[in-house]
Ligand binder design. Structure first.
Ligand code: NDP
Length: 335
């Protein structure tokens, strides 16, 4: 019988409990494709899920982890055959269905994509949901007509997973970027090495702003929400675009309509979870070849399953930077 390690979340009076424990395939939900997971990653939502901050896990008991990549073991769907390298991000996996913080996962075939030629499961998980979201944000900016040379693009939460991948891709595409961070003191050079043209302190954006401040930036990718998003909207140039994807600074948005009705700016949202498969495939195909692997490697921390909970705590405290790649160590499993 196959037994494997997994983070397992159960219901407990007043909330949830999570522990790293041994499981069998009988603990996995029904699904068309059984995957032996090689790598997962830790995103902000995973940090919320594993620490119980925010009600992310909705079908207890279950396994968290919104990302996974590995090898097909068996499949009742003809698109996937044993031995194929596959990946999954989003679709409610790691929220409503058991996910990637385990040796095995059983998923609906519609939630899986083949790992693109020329890259490995490890590489796609170094990108993961955060990196894919960065790609979607840049795709949205480009769809809205924001081109390199039109002015500086702000990236907030710049040292985070989404922010760091966005900065490196924007630099490859030739955009001038301004990294907005709460870690200016110790991450200035780190952010410039990723391609940021300059680095600014996040506090400059959280001071109370007038409805309209001087027009400064052509566009922004905002992973913070809350006061940070409210602080940058009045500073976007006429006709500019802000792509909002995150809530690290809060989910509420206290602002005015002035930047929209007097400067014609656009606030565009991005969702990576239910993004249609055709868009996913197009976006991965367009941006994956642009990933500067050396830069991504320089900000990627490879960790083990046992490390996830502690990293989640640090992530929610704003003490992490870059991407957290989780190696699912098959040697702990028995067959
Ligand atoms: P990370 O934790 O890796 O990055 C978040 C970054 O936000 C931190 O590194 C920090 O950067 C900044 N930050 C942390 N706390 C605060 C705070 N209190 N106020 C302002 N900024 C803060 O997370 P991810 O990159 O994985 O995710 C970023 C955001 O995007 C999250 O809110 C997440 O939920 C959201 N997200 C949304 C997706 C979607 O589909 N819409 C998909 C993926 C993520 P610094 O110190 O440099 O300022």
């Amino acid at each position: 019988m196959i037994s494997f390690s997994a983070w397992w979340a159960t219901e407990q009076a007043g909330g949830q409990a999570v522990s790293l424990s041994q499981h069998t395939l009988d603990d996995l939900p029904p699904g068309e494709v059984l995957v032996k997971v090689a790598y997962s990653s830790i995103n902000y939502k995973d940090a919320m899920a594993i620490t119980g901050r925010g009600k992310i896990l909705r079908q207890l008991p279950m396994i968290p982890g919104v990302d996974l990549a590995g090898e097909v073991v068996s499949s009742t769907d003809s698109r996937f055959v044993p031995g194929m390298s596959v990946m999954s991000t989003g679709w409610g996996v790691g929220e409503r269905y058991s996910g990637g913080f385990a040796g095995y996962a059983r998923l609906k075939a519609d939630w899986l994509q083949p790992v693109l030629d020329g890259v490995s499961p490890r590489q796609v998980m170094a990108i993961g949901t955060a990196g894919f979201t960065a790609m979607l944000c840049i795709h949205t900016l480009q769809q809205q007509g924001v081109l390199p040379g039109q002015g500086e693009v702000l990236v907030t939460g710049a040292t985070g997973g989404v922010g760091s991948v966005a900065l490196m891709l924007l630099a490859v595409l030739g955009y001038q970027t301004v990294a907005v961070t709460g870690k200016l003191a110790d991450h200035d050079a780190w952010l410039q090495a990723l391609g940021a043209s300059r680095v600014m302190d996040r506090n400059l954006f959280t001071q109370p702003a007038r409805s309209l401040e001087s027009e400064t930036w052509a566009a922004a990718i905002d992973t913070a929400g809350g006061a940070v998003l409210a602080g940058l909207l009045p500073r976007i140039r006429y006709g500019g675009v802000v792509v909002a994807c995150g809530l690290a600074a809060g989910h509420a948005l206290n602002t005015t309509v002035m930047p929209f009705i007097l400067r014609g700016i656009t606030l565009a949202g991005v969702d990576s979870v239910m993004c249609p498969m055709a868009v996913r495939q197009a976006v991965w195909q367009r941006y994956l070849p642009l990933i500067p692997w050396d830069k991504l490697a320089s900000v990627t921390h490879e960790v083990g399953l046992a490390d996830i909970e502690a990293i989640g705590q640090r992530m929610l405290a704003g003490q992490t930077s870059g991407r957290y790649l989780v190696r699912i160590d098959g040697s702990l499993d028995n067959e």
